[in-house]
Design a protein around this ligand. Structure first.
Ligand code: AN7
Length: 356
């Protein structure tokens, strides 16, 4: 009995820190904080591949424990914050970071304070942060205002800042590149991903370079970052004071990792491009209806970007779908026609369902 229970535990996915410990800066003597993040599926997308004319895979980061890629970085950031003696973490967020911070602080027994824009955080994310037990402060301002405030509060009150300006966040997030290399047997030739605060693209570039340096991969992908047109400071080359896009996760006008994103796209031979909200919605519906993937709008921006590119048939393409569609039910319901009403009798239902 006991030994089979132990064996089952050993077979279970251990989370990113145990899976990739030799490559991560884990504090000496730290107790690992994990919710089982990482190990997400890399799905071949047959119809999207046919449309693009190359092999396209989707990295389903919405399958992480809180429904976004933020869990990877938060696992390491909270593990190390706790090991260094922090009692509380703080972050600014467009929503997903706050959900992850709340969840990981909760399991670690730390307090979490999350500062979010009063308008425009998707409801699923807000519900998560509140239910996991964070102190959620909604400000009259956007993400960039919130980040400025929490940088100061972290320093004034001695709190662990767990935005991606914390190096542990990027170290944790680079593990997604390691996984893709393991899943494909090499790096892709092209990767397309959404960009907001630009931490994730910076982390992926580091992860792919490290994988190549230790000969797990023979090549490096071109990295293409995708911003929303109304929130595209890196494409424009200047700060956007009042960023707008329906993809609230990437409604960011002054990315903290701007330099990292520029280096990633330039050094990899990729680029940074901007797509319209209409293109994001089109890709969002396409993913659901052709691939049965429900991701959030920011994630669909990756596919909107891919649909703009000329891709050679020999390419192996990965799109990073950063967050789950259930995060933002309001945008989903606005993107489609509502349910058709009928009375409860089968004839009425048959008529309204188009059966008769
Ligand atoms: C689904 O939660 O910035 O370029 O505060 O939630 O690394 O910022 C979220 C960002 C893409 C952009 N997709 O990643 C936050 C936050 C989703 C996201 C991004 C975010 P970065």
């Amino acid at each position: 009995m006991e030994s089979s229970a132990v064996r089952r535990e050993l077979r279970a996915w251990p989370g990113i820190i145990e899976a990739y410990r030799p490559y991560l800066p884990v504090e000496h003597g730290a107790t690992v904080v994990t919710l089982g993040e990482g190990g997400t599926p890399l799905r071949f997308a047959a119809r999207l591949s046919a449309r693009v004319g190359a092999s396209v895979f989707l990295k389903l980061e919405g399958m992480n424990p809180t429904g976004s890629f933020k869990d990877r970085g938060m696992a390491l950031a909270v593990t190390n914050a706790k090991a260094r003696g922090s009692r509380a973490v703080i972050c600014a967020s467009t929503g997903n970071t706050s959900a992850a911070a709340a969840a990981y602080a909760g399991i670690a027994g730390l307090d979490a304070i999350v500062v979010v824009p009063r308008d425009g955080v998707a409801r699923g994310k807000l519900a998560q942060a509140l239910l996991y037990g964070a102190k959620v402060v909604a400000i009259a301002g956007g993400f960039d205002d919130a980040l400025r405030a929490v940088r100061q509060l972290a320093s004034d009150f001695g709190l662990a800042l767990v935005n991606s300006v914390n190096p542990d966040r990027l170290e944790g997030q680079k593990t997604a590149a390691f996984e893709i290399v393991d899943q494909l047997g090499d790096a892709p030739t092209l990767q397309v991903m959404p960009v907001g605060n630009a931490g994730n693209i910076t982390a992926y570039w580091r992860g792919y370079r490290e994988a190549r340096d230790r000969a797990a991969a023979t090549r490096l992908p071109r990295l293409v970052g995708v911003q929303a047109e109304g929130a595209a400071p890196i494409v424009r080359g200047s700060v956007v004071e009042h960023p707008t896009t329906l993809a609230s996760a990437i409604r960011i006008g002054k990315p903290a990792s701007w330099e990292g994103a520029l280096a990633a796209t330039r050094d990899s031979g990729g680029t940074m491009l901007a797509v319209s909200d209409a293109e994001i919605l089109e890709a969002y519906r396409l993913l659901a209806q052709e691939e049965s993937v429900f991701c959030e709008p920011a994630s669909a921006a990756a596919v909107a970007g891919l649909l703009r590119l000329a891709v050679a048939p020999s390419e192996t393409v990965v799109c990073i779908l950063t967050g789950h569609g259930l995060k933002d039910p309001d945008t989903a319901l606005q993107a489609v026609d509502g349910p058709v009403p009928a009375s409860a009798d089968p004839q009425s239902i048959a008529r309204m369902a188009g059966l008769s």
